[in-house]
Design a protein around this ligand. Structure first.
Ligand SMILES: Cc1cc2nc3c(=O)[nH]c(=O)nc-3n(C[C@H](O)[C@H](O)[C@H](O)COP(=O)(O)OP(=O)(O)OC[C@H]3O[C@@H](n4cnc5c(N)ncnc54)[C@H](O)[C@@H]3O)c2cc1C
Length: 290
């Protein structure tokens, strides 16, 4: 590991000032559960690490006007134990609980998971299904991006070198809804996904299904053809679910790596999509949100 300067700013303007002065040679740290590993392995070599954990404005979870604001330092455990997440965003709750183990979840942040932008990031798929927006601040002011536009490739985001993410905002679903995140990995804890599927369903005048994935595509994708089939169905029977599960495979492009082969991942996506859709339909029919 190369030497670096550690900065601990107390405010967002101070953090942005340090970032600007570092001219692209600094990285910010939230929980550090990815960054410290990368530093140890010399996968990244910044001159300066900016630890955000002293910045009060970046802490906590807010709720107003039907929107939840997950601030940059909110940990996986804080998010999972928030009542609004448990009640209205069950797929995000399940993804948080599928992440690592209780110790890591006390340190790792939801925003850090998104900024790492690794294809196996657990919270990314539910955030995509729930239409999450990424709040960014930098020297030229604030901007907001959809999560699907924020992550541009494996470990790549649309964030400029002098910007930080301050929060993720999600409009809480109104009315009946259901959500489900199913992950498979080689063991139950402390392992990243071989594959995972997220399905959400929202019911107002019509039903709207959304399906996304983890660890099977270079950047976040939704199974739009499968969603179209489900959304247009007048009756939800096994044939429709089967057809949607097959269409889901066409949306992904998994690789073979140490965790699983491409073929295994494709087979799992079909099976997990089938289970996730059925789970959402059952929950809706039982009277969601759940
Ligand atoms: C033992 C272990 C088990 C793990 N298991 C899982 C798992 O099951 N599932 C999973 O998805 N991940 C897992 N991870 C990976 C990691 O915990 C997550 O990606 C975590 O959510 C990252 O959050 P963090 O706060 O620790 O990010 P950090 O390590 O602090 O940062 C990660 C990246 O995001 C950037 N960043 C962080 N915050 C901001 C910000 N506010 N603005 C701009 N950029 C920012 C950093 O510069 C860095 O590039 C595991 C890691 C370990 C060590």
């Amino acid at each position: 590991m190369r030497d670096f300067v550690l900065e601990r700013p107390q405010s967002i303007p101070e953090a942005l000032d340090i970032l600007k002065k570092a001219g692209g040679r600094a990285m910010v740290k939230s929980g550090g559960t990815d960054l410290i590993v990368w530093l140890h392995r010399s996968l990244v070599n910044p001159d300066c690490v900016i630890d955000l954990t002293k910045i009060e404005q970046l802490k906590g979870i807010g709720l107003s006007n039907g929107r939840i604001e997950i601030k940059a330092l909110a940990t996986l455990n804080e998010v999972a134990s928030n009542p609004a997440v448990g009640e209205k965003l069950p797929a995000l709750f399940q993804a948080c609980m599928a992440h690592s183990d209780p110790l890591i979840r006390n340190r790792a942040t939801v925003v850090g998971n998104v900024c790492s932008a690794v294809p196996s990031g657990d919270v990314i798929a539910p955030l995509l299904c729930y239409g999450a927006m990424v709040e960014i601040t930098g020297p030229s002011g604030d901007r907001t991006l959809r999560i699907g536009d924020f992550i541009t490739g494996p470990k790549k985001t649309a964030l400029a070198a002098d910007e930080i993410v301050t929060a993720i905002k999600i409009a809480l679903p109104e009315g009946k809804s259901a959500g489900c995140y199913i992950k498979i990995s080689r063991r139950e804890a402390l392992d990243i996904a071989q594959a995972a599927v997220c399905c959400t369903a929202f019911e107002s005048v019509t039903r709207e299904f959304r399906i996304s994935f983890c660890a099977v595509s270079p950047r976040p994708v939704r199974a739009t053809e499968a969603e179209r089939l489900l959304n247009g169905a007048t009756k939800m029977d096994d044939g429709i679910v089967e057809a949607a599960a097959k269409l889901a495979i066409e949306a992904v492009d998994p690789i073979t790596d140490v965790r699983a082969s491409r073929e295994y991942r494709l087979a799992m996506i079909e099976e997990l999509t089938r289970r996730a859709i059925k789970s959402c339909v059952e929950k809706l029919e039982a009277g969601g949100p759940s």
